[in-house]
Write a protein of this length. Structure first.
Length: 41
């Protein structure tokens, strides 16, 4: 959960649109999610 929060914050600081923030965050989380856990926003 904390890693997800940090990824979201870092993407938001880049000035991206909300849709792009969520899209990029999702891609980052899914890339290393071998346990198939999930996060809701």
């Amino acid at each position: 959960m904390m890693a997800s929060k940090i990824i979201l914050a870092n993407n938001a600081k880049m000035g991206k649109s909300p849709a792009k923030i969520l899209e990029d965050t999702n891609a980052t989380i899914c890339a290393s999610n071998h346990e198939e856990m999930f996060v809701t926003v």
